[in-house]
Design a protein around this ligand. Sequence first.
Ligand code: SF4
Length: 301
Amino acid sequence: MRLCRDQVVKAIEAFEMLSPGDRVLVAVSGGKDSLALWDILLALGYEVDGLYLGLGIGDYSEGSGHHAREFAAARGLRLLEVDLRSEHGFGIPDGSRAANRPPCSACGLSKRHLFDRSARDGDYDALATGHNLDDEAAVLFGNVLRWEGEYLARQMPVLPAGNGFPRKVKPLVRLGERETAAYCVLRGIDYQVEECPMAAGNRHLGYKAALNAVEAQSPGTRHAFYFGFLDRAADLFRSQMAEVDQGLGTCATCGSPANGEVCAFCRLVDRATGDRDPTHDAAVRRVPVRLESRQADGVPG
Ligand code: SF4
């Protein structure tokens, strides 16, 4: 347990993620990483609330919501909730079908938008997510394989606040998923073990499996790959981030940052619910959706 806390402290200090007294919103899925993160940040003295997003993925969502609520209730913590279906008219399985997008793409877009908005509305100093070293290395691997310059530019453990986005931090980047699982077991944290059923076929899982195989042959490679990138290569892609940020405006529908007249999430809602506005469709044709993602990943879970 001490190792996990020490590694989080090290990450927070090395990347200047948080300052003492910061109000932090943790995006909680009910899984091991986000609950371990919430627990560790509290132990380190931060003021931390949780945010759970109901994705409408049947039993999986029911189970993950249950674990998030149980964790918060047992400790007297504040858990904010946003329900995609009741508040925006669609769940990920049906919404992604109607919008003709892969489920993880619709899900990642929805999470980014709603997490950002909740952090902004609640005036939090930072939004923290439970991405661990395995996640980050796998995303980096995928982005390098396809030389996704824009995404590589954002593949950082901390993204500063700006252009209407909150500061985003990933304090678990120095921990592997086996370590966060062990932490939860030792701390008696009951978490959602089942994987999301929509993850099958997700490219990210293939990248993770490939890196697991390399790591088994050559321990430490994952860490060297990810932190070597941050040390030696990340700066090379910075200019691409600035280019995208320069083109950002404000969504005419919801007021969030947008690359066109209407943000990607509002366009998704239109498509997923069949509530098509011709203006929005014109915006969809003009603006490639991926440009609006300020975060570099679509990590499952
Ligand atoms: Fe969303 Fe993750 Fe499920 Fe994909 S695998 S639909 S990103 S929760």
